[in-house]
Design a protein around this ligand. Structure first.
Ligand SMILES: [Mg+2]
Length: 299
């Protein structure tokens, strides 16, 4: 049987991640599994804890939190040979969904102990690894606004508030996007780069993405739609139908360069980075992940 290290973000999902621990411990004790638990103390702590766990020889490192926790664990173990696993424990669990981890914690523990693995593509931008999806521009600016905190609003209503605020205040900048044929000038509202299909808690921005085809799925949304129409159409992202808009172009490429006339936020699985030069590269099948047998694409 494999050895497991749980990296738990106690504040993820307003305490949801931490509340899963008794159920996890019950199953793992019953099965006499080799496991240990670490609670993160601050932002970024998950990277160091995961790196240490991999160096100590733990074979499966389980992120217990949302996509931000997954990303920290990923950045701690990439290249180490340890297997990345995740359970649904945060506000956004798009990676756990992408690897078909069941939402119910008992079923998730069964999948963890079954230990079925597969290799998927690993992305990198601005010295940071990602395993699911990244957004640049408007979507990142909404995520950044939510992260800054919104008084009186939480969860989906905080997101809606931030979306509406940014809808009328976000200003696009000139971009040169190179998908392999040389730089092309435009002023996109957003550019999303995906290995998995969804971000932001079930927003299927690249709904046809395949995790192990050696290619990024890229969505470029141009800024020609007026903002009221954007407010009307944008919710289609949840059903994967945004791609049918005339303003949306989809590409499939192994590498992408974006150069902006002014720095703009990039939203990388819970982490906000700011930059004007972004070079996305992909390591085909660069990460081994533990997969479940739950429903895919349910958010
Ligand atoms: Mg792909």
């Amino acid at each position: 049987m494999k050895s497991y290290k749980f990296i738990v973000n106690p504040i993820a999902g307003a305490g949801k991640a931490k509340s899963l621990l008794p159920a996890i411990e019950k199953v793992f004790k019953e099965q006499s599994a080799d496991y240990d638990i670490y609670l993160t103390r601050r932002r970024g702590d998950g990277i160091e804890a995961a790196k240490k766990a991999a160096a100590e020889g733990y074979e499966v490192i389980v992120a217990v939190g949302g996509d931000g926790t997954v990303n920290e664990v990923l950045n701690g173990i990439a290249g180490s040979g340890a297997v990345l696993a995740a359970v649904h424990g945060g506000k956004g669990n798009d990676f756990a969904t992408a690897i078909r981890m069941p939402e119910e914690i008992g079923a998730a523990c069964t999948a963890l102990l079954a230990g079925r693995t597969s290799a998927i593509d690993l992305g990198q931008v601005m010295d940071r690894y990602f395993i699911n999806s990244v957004g640049v521009g408007f979507d990142a600016s909404v995520a950044e606004r939510v992260n800054l905190g919104i008084k009186f609003f939480k969860g989906t209503s905080a997101y809606t508030y931030a979306f509406l605020e940014k809808l009328f205040s976000y200003r696009t900048v000139e971009a040169e996007i190179d998908i392999g044929n040389g730089p092309v000038k435009s002023s996109p509202l957003l550019v999303a780069v995906g290995i998995g299909q969804a971000y932001g808690g079930g927003m299927k921005i690249v709904p046809d993405a395949i995790q192990d085809d050696g290619l990024f799925d890229i969505c470029v949304f141009d800024d020609s739609l007026n903002r009221l129409k954007l407010a009307y159409h944008f919710p289609k992202v949840f059903s994967g139908k945004l791609k049918h808009l005339a303003q949306v172009s989809m590409y499939r490429v192994p590498e992408l360069k974006i150069s902006l006339s002014e720095p703009r936020p990039l939203h990388l699985e819970g982490e906000i980075l700011v930059g004007d030069k972004m070079h996305f590269t992909l390591a085909p099948l660069g990460m081994t992940v533990l997969t479940g047998d739950g429903a895919a694409g349910s958010g």
